[in-house]
Design a protein around this ligand. Structure first.
Ligand SMILES: Cc1ncc(COP(=O)(O)O)c(C=O)c1O
Length: 393
């Protein structure tokens, strides 16, 4: 008879029988998986046999999320990662080599600039920025070294909408791979692979999770492209956590409903803010005044334009800071895509080191505030945001 410790360890690791499958995918909190022999382990580590060996390589909860994203985004394969930036890193380093160039939008999520400055700067991978709403400028910026064009379906923070189909055609004619960050739209509003993108990336931290309670990411594309990115992510340690993957799966179930409400709330709020005192401009793709409104209406599902909007306060930087101190329903916090309305002021936070001229170069203004419209009652949001924007002390 084995000793108590041996029996306890064996007993506590025995799998339950589940003839009735659970409604939710279990959290497979196991770093490793038992194999029959060395050959099996070798094949698993090479991904030449289905199954799992070690959770930095793959895990059943990650796999469930990956399969769901493949189905919803329309690719062949997917990879769940530790964060949106881990997915971005996996794509960038699997597509580009020393000597190549990444072409990205002038107004882009700050993490891309961080990746360029903190990581790519140490390599011989060059980075160039261009206004991706100007297709002639994009064509002119593609040089012999350009191998990857980065796009955001809806840009962070300016809300510019990318014409993925036209830009993919232009890029493919020059043998440039097209990656689209679909975080702001989510697969409920847009599926860039169907428009010609080669790979899609998400911060599942945002709309897919939907409740500001996880950090995660994913990339979706052809089997080869995802396999190449997986090799980078595995070796750099950017794998997802099974618990976060579970939360992302739970979020997916209500994504469509949430995006409907985010979109209708954001449109109602945007219309009210357009005529509110102290607000110089409202950027929201659902408004007819938005430069890509027609493109948004044509390419985003059912005319929905998502929950992200940017406003420009007439009083510049100090007005932006004041606005943040005055909100009562909205919360001053970075991030987006959750049930609660979040506001942030790039000029005094993520982009505080930039001068007014540099902000303008990046497509922003000193008084620009980014608002992630949540699922609260629209009237409460309007009252709060209009009061916060009012000029004067
Ligand atoms: C558009 C966009 N892409 C990627 C990311 C990075 O995601 P994560 O913070 O999960 O790494 C963010 C985060 O704010 C984002 O807004």
């Amino acid at each position: 008879m084995p000793g108590f410790s041996t029996r306890a360890i064996r007993a506590a690791g025995r799998m339950p029988d589940t003839p009735q499958p659970p409604i939710n995918v279990p959290i497979y909190a196991s770093s490793t998986f038992e194999v029959a022999d060395a050959a099996e382990l070798g094949e698993l580590l090479e991904f030449s046999r289905p199954g799992h060996s070690y959770s930095r390589y793959s895990n059943p909860t990650h796999e469930a999320l990956e399969r769901a994203l493949v189905e919803l985004e329309g690719g062949e394969a997917a990879l769940a990662t530790a964060s949106g930036m881990a997915a971005v890193h996996g794509i960038v380093l699997s597509v580009l080599r020393a000597g190549d160039e990444l072409l990205m939008p002038r107004a882009v999520y700050g993490g891309m600039v961080g990746l360029a400055q903190a990581v790519l700067e140490r390599t011989d991978i060059a980075v160039r920025s261009v206004d991706t709403s100007d297709h002639e400028a994009v064509a002119g910026a593609i040089g012999p070294r350009t191998k990857l064009l980065w796009l955001e379906t809806i840009a962070n923070p300016t809300t510019a909408v990318a014409d993925v189909a036209a830009l993919a055609e232009l890029a493919h004619a020059r043998d440039v791979v097209v990656a689209v960050d679909n975080t702001f739209a989510s697969p409920a509003l847009a599926t860039p692979l169907a428009l010609g993108a080669d790979v899609v990336v998400h911060s599942t931290t945002k709309y897919i999770g939907g409740h500001s309670d996880l950090i995660g990411g994913a990339l979706i594309g052809s089997a080869d492209r995802v396999h190449a990115a997986r090799r980078i992510v595995i070796n750099a340690g950017g794998n997802a956590s099974p618990f976060e993957a579970f939360l992302a799966l739970r979020g997916l179930k209500t994504l469509a409903l949430r995006m409907e409400r985010h979109s209708s709330n954001a449109l109602t709020v945007a219309r009210a803010l357009e005529v509110a005192p102290g607000i110089a401009a409202v950027h929201y793709p659902g408004l007819p005044t938005h430069p890509q409104h027609v493109l948004a209406a044509r390419t985003l599902r059912d005319g929905m334009a998502g929950g992200m909007l940017a406003i420009e306060l007439a009083g510049g930087r100090p007005h932006g800071e004041h606005f943040l101190q005055r909100v009562r329903v909205a919360v001053h916090a970075t991030s987006l895509g959750g049930v609660e309305t979040l506001v942030s002021h790039p000029a005094s936070s993520s982009h505080r080191q930039l001068s007014d001229a540099e902000l303008s170069e990046a497509g922003m203004t000193p008084g620009m505030v980014r608002i992630s419209i949540g699922l609260e009652d629209a009237d409460d949001l309007i009252e709060d945001l209009v009061a916060a924007a009012r000029p004067g002390a």
